[in-house]
Design a protein around this ligand. Sequence first.
Ligand code: NAP
Length: 544
Amino acid sequence: MSAAAPMTEPAIQTDSFDAIVIGAGMSGLYQLIKLRELGLRTRVLEAGTGVGGTWYWNRYPGCRFDSESYSYGYSFDQELLAEWDWTEHFAPQPETERYLNRVADKYDLRRDIQFSARVKAARWDEAGRMWTVELENGGLHRSRFLITAIGALSSPTMPSFPGMEEFRGPSFHTGLWPKEPVDFAGKRVAVIGTGASGVQTIQEVAKTAAQLTVFQRTPNWCAPLHNGTIPPEEMAEIRTRYDEIFQRCRETWACFLHTAHPQNTFDVPAEERRAFLEKLYAERGFGIWVGNYQDMLTDRAANEEVSRFIAGKIRERVKDPQVAERLIPKNHGFGTRRVPLETHYYEVYNQPNVTLVDSKATPIERITPTGIKTSEAEYEFDIIVYATGFDALRGAFDRIDFRGRDGVALKEKWRDGATSLVGMLVDEFPNMLMLVGPHNALGNIPRTIEFNVEWVADFLHYVTERGITRFEASPEAVGEWMAHVMEIAQGLLSMEVDSWMTGVNINVEGRQVRRVARYTGSAENYRAWANGIARRGYEGIGTS
Ligand code: NAP
């Protein structure tokens, strides 16, 4: 198929496609493969100079999976599964970037990807039933269909301390890390932020820095990753279990290998409970978080019980009791924010070269040419690392000026919170589909990505087969889905806590209010809803 609509308005030379995909990360790459299968002429627009998305931008020291590698890779290609060796249970970033490059090579994807092409705006042209996509460098493209593959955690945010530009040394955001390695040996280093990125960075930088000072505003509950290498014979054994692994991920609540224990916390005798928590703490990966007692994230007393257990572990592992107390969260329970997985993170604070600063008690007042000034002291640094997170879920959309029907701006439409139909469509934005958009099931994200990409491909097959040139979600279908999204989040303890998961980011205007920012039901539930729409002939999506 080729886009037959005439190019109406742009005076500048444009290229015309059946589909434009924004982003060449895990979702964009797979979408390109699926759209090619449909015979759609597709262009992927990628801001970076290489493929990989998250695994292209986040090259900070220590960056790695928190999902087991073999549950994270693509499941659709048996040949790739048979060939690819993961070297660690939780692969480090360079390996994942290599893996995604291997996929790009294998499918010769780069010929349809335009690199260094950051999208500035996308405008729906009702007369032509086409999208016009404008790049920051001025380039224009047109396409019948527009698919966003721009990631959930891809818009890094910086704090706004006075003096930041005056710092004389290098400073980096974890999510915009340079390609050249940064040498911390013998340096005085500051890390601001203790989320999953900060924790991974800190435990790595602490190995070589002369001095590492961690500025922690809110402590997070962290748990051991228990990473290890995968020897060839173990990889061979894992390979024989891929069907079982992916089947397991299809059945679990959030597509991880781990899923909630079917008992409630206090239905189990204290001794047995303790033994169970000890077992989870000693096991690899997210079991302690998503494989814990089923009421741990909804029942306050149950949550306190697990929090007490983890606090005890922190006290055991950190020698200085005052530092240990500073590392124990007091304003939220275990698992109500995303749990960073760690490797000797707490022991780092026993090292003589590491200092923990409580930046809630003694806030950072400014960045100076030589370091950081807090309300209490002035510190000198050679390097500052900002592990300050992302404008999650919404930020990547806000950076692009999406204009739908009658020129409506997506940013305005979503001012008081995003709305969608199964996180993939928005009313007033015809012919646009979102991969891993707001209200997606997230979880072990490649599993969600594969589902979404295949749903989009099936839908576009349906559309193109019938000669449909325009589709749009109805406000009623969006309303019904959003009511479900809101309802299912009721009673979750995580909804009482500020975090990117509840749409809060103090560094971004308009992100101070807690919202239901993601789909909090099970992945199975999410898939059932999306598949139901498809089965009923794409009910709730108007076509012509
Ligand atoms: P994050 O969880 O949002 O953490 C940001 C940190 O920066 C928080 O500690 C925050 O403190 C602090 N911060 C932000 N602005 C600040 C300011 N103005 N002053 C002082 N402190 C400030 O971000 P992240 O660590 O990048 O992680 C985001 C998500 O990415 C994770 O939850 C995870 O889903 C994903 N991720 C995954 C992996 C993995 O799979 N291995 C690794 C890294 C990240 P407050 O808490 O007080 O706001």
